[in-house]
Design a protein around this ligand. Structure first.
Ligand code: DQA
Length: 143
């Protein structure tokens, strides 16, 4: 690891389809363009990226980075609303985790109003489109 800060952007299920998936909700931008923008915006940060549709792989990634990285911006997708295991993984690691949502989940179906991971995270950012990721990194850097 170099002496830059290391932050992982971690995306859960269906977020590999950003840019194609329900553009009325999630917009037209791909994650690749978002990441390029983040890397220009935060030259002092090594912005790493990982996405998986598999719950256990997200947990493995949290374990892998959770004792060496400076923070994680986690959009757990639908696992936000279901996963005690991801909550426990966030609690188990040392790196601060910010919960991220592209959409404002409180304007959507009621089953999206419950997050099982908020209590394990340092805070939540949602509803700002792809800019939510940038705001989450700013929040992590300000801790
Ligand atoms: C989401 C909101 C979740 O409810 C949904 O399941 C997602 C994306 C968001 O970024 O707005 O997959 O986390």
């Amino acid at each position: 690891m170099n002496n830059k800060k290391h932050i992982l952007v971690l995306n859960g299920p269906n977020l590999n389809l950003l840019g194609k998936r329900e553009p009325g909700i999630y917009g037209n931008d791909s994650m690749e363009s978002c990441l390029a923008h983040l890397r220009v915006s935060f030259p002092e940060v090594e912005v790493e990226y990982y996405q998986s549709n598999v719950e256990g792989e997200l947990i493995n990634k949290l374990h892998e980075v959770g004792f060496t990285y400076d923070g994680v911006a986690l959009n757990a997708g639908a696992y936000t609303h279901t996963s005690v295991a991801i909550h426990d993984a966030i609690k188990a690691i040392e790196a601060p985790v910010v919960e991220v949502h592209i959409s404002n989940v409180y304007q959507r179906e009621t089953y999206r109003h419950t997050s099982l991971i908020t209590g394990a995270c340092v805070g939540v950012i949602g509803g700002f489109g792809m800019n939510s990721y940038k705001l989450a990194i700013e929040a992590l850097l300000a801790l």
